[in-house]
Design a protein around this ligand. Sequence first.
Ligand code: AMP
Length: 114
Amino acid sequence: MSDDLFLKIIAREIPADIVYEDDDVLAFRDVNPQAPLHVLVIPKTHIRTINDMQEHDAELFGKLFLAAKKIAEQQGVAEDGYRVVMNCNAAAGQTVFHVHLHLLGGRGFSWPPG
Ligand code: AMP
């Protein structure tokens, strides 16, 4: 857990461009944006991957989506549309092991994803 970069952002030990915060969730701009809007929405508790999600985390994961919805509205991409992605482990490209929703907007997206 001590190597959890995102816990350091929550603790304000590492700077981030924070766009949303409540009791359970923090959201900040991705340092390497893949779209005009690229925000990471994270729980304030340490959960490594979706594989580590427990039954009692269900409400918390719902709160991540509710925060993403609010941010999309605030950032003006809700009407046009946006993409929400959560990578799990190496094959999906997860590099930071603290679960996070990628909220991407401001451009079109193709399907299937790469
Ligand atoms: P993932 O590959 O799904 O684990 O996504 C991790 C994301 O975290 C990547 O898009 C990185 O660009 C982003 N990232 C890594 N370090 C930071 C940081 N200090 N501040 C903001 N975003 C970061």
